[in-house]
Design a protein around this ligand. Structure first.
Ligand SMILES: *Cc1c(COP(=O)(O)O)cnc(C)c1O
Length: 323
């Protein structure tokens, strides 16, 4: 694991250490006050055994945006990128060669002051560790539109990849899982009328040939890097794209009229998670099987081809470490 410490106002002691437990003081500020942000990205092997990392610059920028919101000091770009590259040089044999498999990379920063009291910590740790992964969510998911609990409110921390956001969403997600759903579709915290996103995925709908996804302008939605990649590819295709709020009523109307063609989540874990069943206002809707030429399958194929180095990376999304 790559480790750096922040003390006396600067990041220092950059090192790679064996993966091992940490020793924590019971008064560690993160344990009590949750000053902690994280990222998630993946590395792949191409046919020549080179390591390809998908859009690490975007993760680095987002980590710092999350850090700002939580009063955590930013990680300079060169420390993030060099730490990541050096770690992957050490870890590259852990990257599976099998199709669909990759190395998951988890960068995170957390407070390390041993102090009970609400204030920004003066010391932090930045760490990166990795873990080989297979296909995640390979099977279609069922989701429930949540209209009671809230993931994020305007002015809150919804846009940050902050640890505490996930703690607060566990209980409502558990209730939905007990009813047989894999994930929630969160709605806005004010009126619960507009679809925002899912647990760890942004969500997209194709209605009458138009791709619709919630805008990230209100600070309540995580700015997914997969979301951005899919929107970029959609805009290059024949599809119309609308970044706007889709109301629960409009979703229900489209389901009733049969005009909802595709619904899927986007995120690093699964890239695309097809949605098969949606519960809206206590009514379950099954979505029809999608043909292999539907947008969500095509975009998944293109993204996979770029990530595994089988298609030209015309957007500059790949950072390559030569074998
Ligand atoms: C990480 C995350 C996403 C997806 O972001 P990617 O960069 O595409 O992996 C979406 N929503 C939430 C709440 C997330 O935490």
């Amino acid at each position: 694991m790559f480790v750096a410490d922040y003390k006396n106002g600067e990041w220092q002691d950059f090192r790679i250490e064996p993966y091992a437990p940490l020793l924590l003081n019971p008064a560690n500020a993160t344990l009590h006050y949750g000053q902690s942000v994280f990222e998630g990205l993946k590395a792949y092997k191409d046919g020549d055994n080179n390591v390809l990392i998908f859009r690490p610059d975007a993760n680095q920028r987002r980590l710092n945006e999350s850090a700002d919101r939580l009063c955590i000091p930013q990680i300079p770009e060169e420390i993030f990128m060099e730490g990541l590259q050096k770690l992957l040089e050490v870890d590259q044999n852990w990257i599976p060669n099998k199709p669909g498999c990759s190395l998951y990379i988890r960068p995170f920063i957390f407070a390390t002051d041993d102090y009970l009291g609400i204030r920004p910590s003066s010391s932090y740790k930045f760490m990166i560790f990795t873990c080989p992964v297979g296909h995640y969510y390979a099977k279609p998911v069922s989701v429930k539109v949540e209209t009671k609990y809230t993931r994020a409110a305007e002015g809150g921390t919804g846009q940050a990849k902050a640890a505490g956001n996930y703690a607060g969403s566990l209980y409502p997600a558990l209730l939905a899982q007990k009813q047989g759903y894999d994930q929630l579709l969160w709605t806005d915290g004010k009126e619960h009328q507009y679809i925002e996103e899912s647990g760890t995925m942004n969500v997209m709908f194709i209605i009458n040939g138009t791709l619709i996804t919630a805008p990230t302008t209100k600070g309540t939605i995580l700015k997914g890097i997969t979301r951005d990649s899919v929107l970029t590819l959609a805009r290059e295709s024949e599809l119309r794209v609308e970044e706007r709020f889709l109301s629960v009523a409009e979703l229900k109307e489209a389901l009733d009229a049969g005009t909802l063609q595709e619904a899927f989540g986007t995120g690093t874990a699964a890239t695309i998670a097809h949605i098969q069943r949606i519960n809206v206002a206590d009514q379950d809707y099954e979505l029809p099987e999608k043909p292999a030429d539907s947008f969500s399958y095509r975009v998944l194929e293109i993204l996979d081809a770029i990530k595994y180095g089988k298609q030209e990376d015309s957007h500059g999304w790949i950072t390559k470490i030569l074998s």
